[in-house]
Design a protein around this ligand. Structure first.
Ligand code: NAD
Ligand code: GLY
Length: 361
């Protein structure tokens, strides 16, 4: 399948799509053939277990650090272990790290590469659907701290992303659905034809022949948006659009307690909320809100809170979102299916009223 490019001048890189391990391996081998420096591999422990024959070839036999998946690993503790690992492995500025795993290992491994010797090369090999369509592309790396999720990190682009759908065969069903929330998000924010395709297709499963093409379509949106606004500095729109549904989702994750909802599940509720909010301010027709809800439900994703959460805490959490500028609350909303926009100036009172109606859905 034709690769994509994230066009960032001399830091441009390909996103490659493969159906089998041999093809993934030959891409990595080809990339590494031109390099002399030391190699190291960072891998999600579950992937190392489930796909032992696969990752050994992808990692090209350099020293290996296995890290458990799950939010808890995006920590300062694992950063220290990672730096010690690089020191032991003798990774110098000519080195390259192959990072194999979901969004957690990708964000952590990317930040390790960004911080070691002030930045070394790395390759992303995502193994969850969420990581394939979102976190492995675009160079946002980082960890969680007591101050909050993803508040410490760096923009550090990979040199190559290799997406192999064969990893998804072992992904738990709930994680697969959570990844589909980010695929639906991609269509919703910038590609009505992707959204319609998802509506038409039977519910996609990990082995579905159409899946890689759908993943590629979602990546194409991300690649385009990142190329236009790499560091999310556009006054309007830009990379912030990729956070459609996320201001609501981050508040839900924080107030419910991290881990209560998978990130993609909270995003699904957030997408439904963003659509409903867009309807309430008179921008999005109700029929489109219904379509958003129906597509999320098709993938067994939640569209409402499982249990009510305190409105005040939710609104407060939304006030701390990284997208806000000063005191004004900024949201990503929908004009139509396939067309998102950013809007500032929302008040806590407006959001309190909105959450109160939504709590009882
Ligand atoms: P994750 O990395 O924790 O993976 C989910 C679970 O699946 C883990 O238990 C992991 O061990 C397991 N797993 C991974 N691949 C597997 C496979 N092929 N087979 C079986 N099990 C497998 O979670 P995630 O949902 O992939 O990523 C979530 C993270 O991504 C969050 O920390 C979020 O902040 C981050 N994120 C980052 C960006 C970005 O732009 N950098 C974008 C979106 C999300
Ligand atoms: N996932 C949002 C971004 O990459 O900007």
């Amino acid at each position: 399948m034709k690769s994509l490019s994230v066009a960032l001048a001399d830091r441009s890189y390909p996103i490659c799509f493969v159906h089998d391990v041999a093809s993934a391996n030959s891409l990595v081998e080809k990339f590494l053939a031109n390099r002399q420096g030391p190699m190291a591999t960072i891998i999600d422990a579950a992937v190392a277990e489930e796909h032992s024959s696969i990752w050994k070839s992808l990692g090209q036999q350099g020293p290996v650090l296995r890290i458990p998946g799950g939010e808890g690993s995006k920590s300062l503790g694992w950063m220290e272990k990672g730096w010690e690992f690089f020191a032991r492995a003798g990774v110098d500025r000519t080195g390259c790290v192959v990072v194999i795993g979901g969004g957690v290992i990708g964000d952590l491994g990317g930040f390790l590469a960004a911080s070691w010797l002030r930045g070394i090369d790395f390759i992303q090999i995502p193994t969850t659907l969420l990581a394939m369509v979102d976190s492995s592309v675009g160079g946002k790396t980082g960890i969680n701290t007591p101050a909050g999720k993803n508040l410490v990190g760096a923009f550090h682009q990979p040199r190559m992303v290799v997406i192999g759908n064969f990893f998804l065969e072992t992904l738990p069903e709930r994680e697969f659905s959570a990844g589909m929330a980010e695929v639906i998000k991609a269509g919703l924010l910038a590609d009505a034809s992707l959204f319609e395709r998802l509506e038409e297709l039977p519910c996609l499963q990990p082995g579905a022949p159409e899946l890689l093409e759908v993943i590629r379509a979602a990546c194409a949106i991300k690649a385009r948006v990142v190329a236009e606004d790499e560091k999310e500095t556009a006054a309007e729109g830009g990379r912030a659009l990729l956070n459609l549904g996320h201001t609501f989702a981050h508040a839900i994750e924080k107030v419910a307690g991290y881990g209560t909802y998978l990130h993609g599940e909270a995003v699904a509720i957030g997408l439904h909320l963003a659509a409903k909010f867009s309807m309430e301010i008179g921008v999005l027709p109700e029929s489109m809100v219904d379509r958003v809800r129906e597509l999320l439900e098709k993938y067994q994703l939640p569209i409402a809170l499982r249990q009510p959460l305190p409105t005040e805490a939710l609104v407060q959490a939304m006030g701390k979102d990284k997208k806000n500028r000063g005191a004004s609350l900024r949201l990503v909303l929908l004009k139509s299916i396939g067309e998102a926009y950013t809007k500032d100036g929302f008040t806590p009172e407006q959001l309190t009223r909105f959450w109160n109606t939504f709590q009882s859905l």
